[in-house]
Design a protein around this ligand. Structure first.
Ligand code: MEV
Length: 287
């Protein structure tokens, strides 16, 4: 069973404190396959790891999957294999995607017929239990596979916003590996004295973006990025890519928790501009 990734267009971090975030699903996905087996074995293909359940419990890389299996209380043993097109831990929702794909696969294998709402709820519970504070943004966007507005852990669909954004090309620049985990970055933000003022400014930008045309959305992305930098979650590498994309007339901002990871770039890039960006990032995807 597959699950997509996501990008947050506006409002990351602020959303953890009850402000608004806008997110859309992207076409890079995680695949989870389950088949019968005498023992419960989990394979993470991208990391070249294959462990039995008890050993996997002691390995951090398996914790989201273990938590999902434990929550569903499934008894029969099986072989579960995970592979993903999403670069891990870089703001594209790879953990949420693994969790949603795992729960979908378990639901199918054990004939649980879990509806979307239940998969979204369970996935969010897994994320919260593994990483502490977590908004519903990643798990719900991926479970519903639709653009969402999230506020106070409630959501609504924003198909019009996605349509507006999709008038332009959307690139994802995987800039660098993240130095810190989401939970640690959330902690950095929690310790920022002026966080509430910054969140309020982000909120205004996010609300304006929802009813703006694509040109204005590009400007607002740059403004949101500046505020994320102020919150302490950007890096030199991310700022450099955002500056270059701005020079090429695009909107750009870090996406997700920050501390490295990815920048989203909205707008057309010619071959030369693409090459210049590719020179300073790990990879550039068309999302
Ligand atoms: C992570 O993709 C986005 C954050 O806002 C955390 C969350 O919403 O749980 C940083």
């Amino acid at each position: 069973m597959k699950a997509k990734g996501k990008v947050i267009f506006f409002g990351e971090h602020a959303v953890v404190y009850g402000y608004t975030a806008l997110s859309i699903p992207i076409n890079l996905s995680t695949n989870v396959n389950i088949k019968k087996n005498d023992n419960l074995v989990i394979e993470l293909k991208n990391l070249n790891k294959k462990l039995g359940f008890e050993e996997a419990k002691k390995d951090n890389d398996f914790r989201y999957i273990i938590k999902a299996i434990e929550l569903l209380k499934v008894k029969e043993p099986f072989f579960l294999s995970v592979s993903s097109e999403l670069p891990v831990s870089c703001g594209l929702g790879s953990s949420a995607s693994v969790v949603v794909a795992t729960i979908r696969a378990l639901s199918k294998f054990f004939n649980l017929n879990l509806p979307k709402e239940e998969i979204a709820k369970l996935s969010h519970r897994v994320e919260r239990e593994v990483q502490g504070k977590a908004s519903i943004t990643d798990t719900y966007t991926i479970s519903y596979e639709r653009a969402l507005k999230i506020r106070n852990n409630e959501f609504s669909f924003i198909d019009e916003f996605e349509k507006t954004v999709r008038e332009e090309k959307l690139y994802i620049a995987y800039v660098e590996e993240r130095e810190m985990k989401t939970a640690d970055l959330i902690k950095v933000v929690s310790e920022k004295e002026e966080k509430e003022e910054i969140f309020k400014e982000i909120e205004e930008i996010t609300r304006e973006a929802l009813s703006s045309d694509v040109e204005r959305i590009k400007e607002l992305m740059l403004e949101n990025h500046k505020l994320l930098d102020k919150l302490g979650v950007s890096t030199k590498g991310l700022n450099r890519v955002v500056r270059l994309a701005k020079k090429f007339g695009c909107g750009a901002k870090l996406t997700g928790a920050g501390g490295g990871g990815c920048v989203i770039i909205l707008g057309d890039l010619n071959e030369e501009e693409k090459e210049l960006i590719e020179k300073i990032v790990k990879s550039l995807y068309l999302a």
